[in-house]
Design a protein around this ligand. Structure first.
Ligand SMILES: *[C@@H]1O[C@H](CO)[C@@H](O)[C@H](O)[C@H]1NC(C)=O
Ligand SMILES: *[C@@H]1O[C@H](CO)[C@@H](O)[C@H](O)[C@H]1NC(C)=O
Ligand SMILES: *[C@@H]1O[C@H](CO)[C@@H](O)[C@H](O)[C@H]1NC(C)=O
Ligand SMILES: *[C@@H]1O[C@H](CO)[C@@H](O)[C@H](O)[C@H]1NC(C)=O
Ligand SMILES: *[C@@H]1O[C@H](CO)[C@@H](O)[C@H](O)[C@H]1NC(C)=O
Ligand SMILES: *[C@@H]1O[C@H](CO)[C@@H](O)[C@H](O)[C@H]1NC(C)=O
Ligand SMILES: *[C@@H]1O[C@H](CO)[C@@H](O)[C@H](O)[C@H]1NC(C)=O
Ligand SMILES: *[C@@H]1O[C@H](CO)[C@@H](O)[C@H](O)[C@H]1NC(C)=O
Ligand SMILES: *[C@@H]1O[C@H](CO)[C@@H](O)[C@H](O)[C@H]1NC(C)=O
Ligand SMILES: *[C@@H]1O[C@H](CO)[C@@H](O)[C@H](O)[C@H]1NC(C)=O
Ligand SMILES: *[C@@H]1O[C@H](CO)[C@@H](O)[C@H](O)[C@H]1NC(C)=O
Ligand SMILES: *[C@@H]1O[C@H](CO)[C@@H](O)[C@H](O)[C@H]1NC(C)=O
Length: 831
């Protein structure tokens, strides 16, 4: 779609009373703020040596399947700088072999353990690094999880901004400390799959769905974890497929220029999701810095950027400084994580596992050894197993049904979800089926399994070790009689179910049964969970390759479960109060998803409407018991909040634009089919563009202020990466004593909630958590710090954070509904 059209669409939205996103220009240029100073200086030095065409190469993808990674930029052969490699996924290296299949984000959230999140980040990045990847496309904070039906919620962490935000930060630190650029995605409002790119099966609509999010909800909920990501130094952010207030995320100047690069002072680069770019000039001016995979449509051979971006500079539409800034941002991220030291040649190919094949896969050219099958797994299976067991949530356990003792003579396992996929561990492309045990969701957020230890295999190994007998009925077509007969004989029955086939097996007549659920999120369990013969229920999420081993650790008690559910389990679907859109609701225009529930998603909704869930957010049992006592709330003096002031410097211009002749396609380069280059066919720009609408409607083409490279005012809510530094001033210290009152060592997750006290506030919001390992009878003090941000609200009038005068209350306990300790917080913040 053309920019002029986009701008008039936005105006039309305003006229029709639809949600509207105001223009915000110019795109802020990187300044090297905070920890970015050194990387920024090096980036400026590097970019200063480049020609315009070379800079354009850094910003533009070479086209779908035009290189070995899922995304590849052009290269700078003159300086020996190779194409940058972008690779999925948030849980491992996608589309290769000899890699680890890590647990999904939702499991990491269920551990409530930032150290595990960090270690997973390190391990994943070691694998990406070893395969030659520059940017790992993760972690995920969008979707946040507005509605349980959101198809990709499991790729992210939890429908709570603080749990997700802290998990984002730790994951990013782990990845980037290891020398790989992280990519916080999908920015922003990417909360459902239906209509994310517009038309889909059965429905034709003109544009992608619009997430219409008010300012308070954006700041207090969906933006929050991205702020944490930026504060953690994330090198790249991926803009999403959806529209935000009827303006495409990758061309939304308000969310990219004003909020991400202005208010959050993001110093890295914005990369478009694959096919999320809808304009060339428009997205460049609105703050996108790298387009992926680079072509207008997959393998169209045409591009919004590449040649067109060179032309846009030559015809004066996109200022040279904007291109320089794109390149500086990309190279800043490169140097910040140390890619100049950690980069190895790309030694795998995403499109085939054959050892020999074409480097330019789509064009069928560049035959060479493309897969060296490098084993990058190291000892990562250990952290996979550890996260797997640490994330298991014990939802029900009657009379110590679990742990099993090992003395059970006959253990029987039921359910397809316990067994192998008959088609092989990677039998379905991108895990696009639900055969055998569920250990990963499906889509681009996946990796191939190197193997998958199923529950059946791991439990059988344990039973044999203990001298028992074992059977598993994993064929969903097995007759009821067969199952009933076995169940009647067994001393322990373990029933497995997953999200897609949850209820079929729950007729284990007349026997003690334990249930294991592998699901991507909450499912309705109310119909059977209180059945007296279901004595224990475990949620194991999407645990990755060590699934069975992690489960056995918990089933037999070598690991005492400490996972807490990172989402609410309602009793009926309507309990959540949110849903996705399944059918167009705006004629053939963009479906409109109004986030009318505001900040009230998941537990905030249940709390506000006083709905009793089956299992509340933060809930999870242990084989031990714990008590909380001695809450001490110590307010800390903090100076008054100071809105950031001052101005940026002028936009640096790092090169000289020559005339069109200098950028003609060189005759020594052999064109690769459908490949995207930065060069021109002709000194006539219109001819080179090949765009029939070239130069059309010039007056509307360049938004006001978009070319202005003069010093710009600093956003008062900004001033440093992550937002105004005063937001992170500590304002209270919270101490509590946690005691293991049971007979076995175990893990407890103290949770700190705050009520901000105002009439529009949630009854309480999570603001801190920890994970303590305590021996039987042992007690420990847990300390948490509240920052100014934790007690602030977004004020739409001052466009800044304010601490309201409503009474703040602090709550501590072990779930969102079990908070035995509470105290009023008398802040000592100067006004
Ligand atoms: C979206 O529109 C709402 C008003 O409906 C406004 O509060 C919010 O700031 C807008 N957000 C963006 C990113 O344009
Ligand atoms: C741009 O990248 C392509 C692909 O790597 C390369 O062939 C070309 O030489 C590069 N152009 C410049 C100006 O460096
Ligand atoms: C499309 O319509 C057909 C026929 O009504 C239906 O079977 C199918 O599930 C629909 N697909 C989607 C994605 O809604
Ligand atoms: C330039 O962009 C337009 C769309 O805006 C596209 O139609 C055209 O093919 C592009 N030109 C090149 C050379 O890729
Ligand atoms: C695997 O799943 C696919 C898609 O759901 C199904 O068509 C196929 O029959 C399954 N294969 C086996 C062996 O169960
Ligand atoms: C399975 O068998 C049990 C016991 O014989 C019976 O109560 C139940 O209704 C049967 N279920 C189905 C689905 O046939
Ligand atoms: C539970 O199991 C016992 C046998 O162990 C059986 O008698 C009873 O009917 C079962 N309860 C239910 C509610 O099915
Ligand atoms: C949660 O805390 C309560 C006391 O408030 C305690 O009885 C219970 O054992 C704790 N649960 C877990 C799993 O720690
Ligand atoms: C471009 O610049 C070169 C060198 O200054 C000059 O020789 C040439 O005539 C110019 N070409 C055009 C098309 O203006
Ligand atoms: C530029 O030239 C190449 C090679 O002849 C051709 O394939 C391509 O379509 C041309 N681009 C435009 C926009 O005419
Ligand atoms: C400048 O170039 C861009 C990219 O080809 C094109 O979309 C735009 O229409 C051109 N603008 C003018 C004023 O020529
Ligand atoms: C809180 O009260 C003080 C004293 O009345 C006042 O100066 C301040 O503006 C109030 N703050 C807010 C956020 O309303």
């Amino acid at each position: 779609m053309r920019n002029s059209l986009l701008i008039s669409l936005a105006a039309a939205a305003l006229a029709e009373g639809k949600a509207y996103s105001p223009p915000a220009y110019p795109a802020p240029w990187a300044s090297g703020a905070g920890e970015w100073a050194q990387a920024h200086d090096r980036a400026v030095e590097f970019v200063s040596q480049l020609t315009l065409a070379e800079k354009i190469n850094l910003t533009t993808g070479v086209g779908w399947e035009g290189g070995q990674c899922v995304g590849n930029t052009g290269s700078i052969p003159r300086l020996g700088f190779r194409s940058l490699c972008m690779q999925d996924s948030p849980l491992g290296v996608r589309d290769t072999d000899y890699n680890t299949a890590f647990p999904a984000g939702v499991n990491v959230a269920a551990t409530w353990d930032l150290d595990l999140a960090y270690r997973r980040g390190v391990a994943m990045a070691e694998e990406h690094r070893g395969k030659g990847v520059d940017v790992q496309l993760g972690p995920v904070a969008g979707p946040l999880g507005r509605a349980p039906e959101g198809g990709r919620n499991w790729e992210g962490f939890a429908p709570d901004p603080v749990l997700t935000g802290q998990m984002m930060a730790s994951t990013i630190e782990g990845m980037q400390d290891t020398g790989v650029i992280a990519c916080a995605k999908h920015y922003i409002g990417n909360e459902q799959e239906h209509f994310r790119q517009g038309s889909q099966e059965n429905y034709t609509v003109a544009d992608a769905i619009s997430s219409n999010i008010d300012d308070v909800t954006l700041h207090e909920l969906y933006l929050w974890p991205f702020a944490d990501a930026v504060r953690a130094g994330v090198g790249s952010v991926m803009c999403s497929y959806n529209q935000l207030n009827n303006s495409y995320s990758c061309g939304n100047s308000y969310s990219l220029n004003h909020i991400l690069k202005g208010e959050l002072d993001f110093q890295g680069f914005v990369m478009t999701d694959w096919g999320a770019q809808h304009s060339g000039v428009g997205d460049a001016l609105a703050g996108a810095d790298m387009d992926m995979p680079g072509d207008v449509a997959f393998d169209s051979g045409t591009a919004f950027w590449g040649t067109n971006l060179t032309i846009a500079v030559l015809n004066g539409t996109v200022p040279e400084w904007r291109i320089d800034d794109m390149a500086v941002r990309i190279m800043s991220a490169f140097y910040k994580v140390g890619r100049d030291r950690t980069q190895v040649p790309i030694n795998f190919a995403s499109w085939t596992l054959d050892t020999y094949g074409n480097e330019y896969y789509y064009a069928g050219e560049g035959y060479k050894e493309i897969n060296q099958h490098v084993d990058v797994r190291g000892d990562h299976a250990k952290v996979v197993r550890e996260i797997g067991s640490a994330s298991i949530v014990l939802l029900k356990n009657v009379d110590g049904a679990l742990p099993l003792t090992g003395s059970e003579r006959f253990v029987a396992v039921f359910g397809e979800d316990a067994g192998s996929n008959p088609d092989g561990v990677n039998g379905c492309s991108d895990r696009n089926c639900d055969n055998g045990t569920l250990a990963m969701g499906w889509g681009s957020g996946t990796a191939n399994f190197p193997y998958l230890v199923t529950p059946e295999q791991a439990i059988q190994a344990e039973v044999l070790k203990n001298g028992g007998i074992f059977t598993a009925i994993t064929d969903s077509g097995a007759t009821n009689t067969t199952a009933t007969t076995v169940a009647a004989q067994a001393s322990a029955c373990l029933v497995f179910a997953n999200a897609d086939s949850g209820e079929g097996y729950i007729t284990v007549d007349g026997n003690v049964g334990d249930l294991v659920l592998h699901t991507v999120g909450p499912v309705l369990v109310e119909d059977w969970v209180n059945h007296p013969n279901i004595t224990a229920v475990l949620w194991a999420g999407l645990p990755g390759e060590q699934s069975g081993n992690s489960l056995v650790d918990v089933l037999y008690g070598s690991v005492n479960p400490g996972g807490k559910t990172p989402f609410t389990w309602g009793k009926q679907r309507s309990d959540w109060g949110t849903d996705i859109i399944y059918e167009p609701n705006n004629g053939d225009g963009a479906p409109q998803q109004d986030f009318t529930e505001g900040i009230f998603i998941d537990y905030r909704h249940f709390d506000k409407y006083n709905i009793t869930p089956t299992y509340e957010f933060g809930y999870g049992l242990s084989y031990s018991t714990f008590s909380f006592s001695n809450l001490q709330v110590t307010p800390l003096a903090a100076s008054p909040y100071k809105p950031a002031t001052g101005h940026s410097g002028p936009a640096p211009v790092l090169g000289k634009v020559l005339n069109a002749t200098a950028y003609l396609f060189p005759n020594y380069i052999k064109r690769i089919e459908a490949f995207i280059y930065p060069w021109l066919n002709s000194t006539d720009l219109r001819t080179s563009s090949g765009d029939p609408n070239y130069g059309w409607s010039t007056s509307k083409y360049v938004p006001d202020g978009a070319q202005d490279g003069s010093p710009q005012p600093v956003n008062p809510a900004g001033g440093a990466p992550g937002g105004n530094p005063a937001l992170y001033d500590p304002v209270a210290e919270i101490r509590v004593t946690v005691k293991n009152t049971g007979k076995v060592a175990g893990v407890e997750v103290p949770q700190l909630y705050v009520s901000l006290g105002g009439p529009s506030d949630a009854p309480k919001v999570l603001r801190g958590f920890g994970r303590l390992s305590l021996g039987a009878g042992e007690e420990a003090q847990w300390t948490a710090t509240l920052t100014r941000r934790d007690v602030s609200n977004w004020d739409t009038v001052s466009q800044n954070w304010v601490v309201s005068n409503y009474t703040k209350t602090v709550y501590v306990g072990n779930s969102s509904r079990n908070l035995p300790l509470q105290q009023t917080l008398a802040l000592k913040i100067g006004h």
